[in-house]
Design a protein around this ligand. Sequence first.
Ligand SMILES: [Mn+2]
Length: 242
Amino acid sequence: MTDIFISDLHLSDERPEIYRAFCRFLYELGEDVQHLYILGDLFEAWVGDDDKSELALKVVAQLRLLAQRRVRVFFQAGNRDFMLGKKFAKAADIELLPDYHLYEHGDRRILLMHGDLLCTDDVAYQRYRKRIQNPLVKGLAKALPLSTRNKIAGDLRDQSKDKKNKKSMEIMDVTQSSVASTMERFQVTTMIHGHTHRPDVHSFEHAGKEHKRYVLGDWHDSLWWIAIDTNGLTLNSAPITN
Ligand SMILES: [Mn+2]
C-alpha cells in the first residue's frame, strides 16, 4: 500500500496548466494508493468556503472523485489557504488536519507540517501569521462579504510581491534549530513539509540520532510528490507540460 504527499500547487486561474497537471496526477495514481496528503497551499489564495469560483468547484469535484475511488484525502492548511475550512472539507469529502500532524505507517512515525511555522528567523512573518490566523480575526474575516475578502487578499498579495522582490532569496528557509526542537517535541526522526519551495532530502544528527527532513517542491515547472510504501520514502518529480 502506498501513501502520497504533495504541497504548494498554488492553483489559480492564471495557471490552468497546473490544474491540468493536478487532474492528470490524480487520474494516474496507482491502484495501491490509499491516502493522499495535501500539505498546504493547494490554492494560491483561499478567502473562504463560500468561494464558488469555477476553479474551487472543479477542485471539489476532483477530490470527490478520489473519495469514490476509495483514496482518502487529508488536508493541512498552508499560509495561502488557511481559511479553507469544514464546509470545503465536507463538499470535497476530505479530512482536515491540524498544523502539526503525526502520521504513522507501519512502525514509522513522521511529522507532517506545511513548513511556515519552521521559518522562525522570519520574525515579521511569524508575528503576522499569529495575528491573521488568530481564531477571532478569522471569525471576523469570515463575516465580511466575499467581494471584500477577495479585494483584501488581492491587496495583500500585491504588497507581499513588493516585499518579496526586496527581500529576494533570503525568503525564507526553515531555521534548523526549530526543525530539531520540533522533531524532538514530537519524538520523531522523520518529517515532511513544503512551503519553502526548496525540494530536497536533508539528513542530520540530533541527540545522537540520525534525522531526516523531506521537503516537497512547489508545482511550477515540475510537479513534486513523496511516496511511502514498504520500501520507504521517495521524493519524486516530473516536468509539467502545457
Ligand atoms: Mn506556503
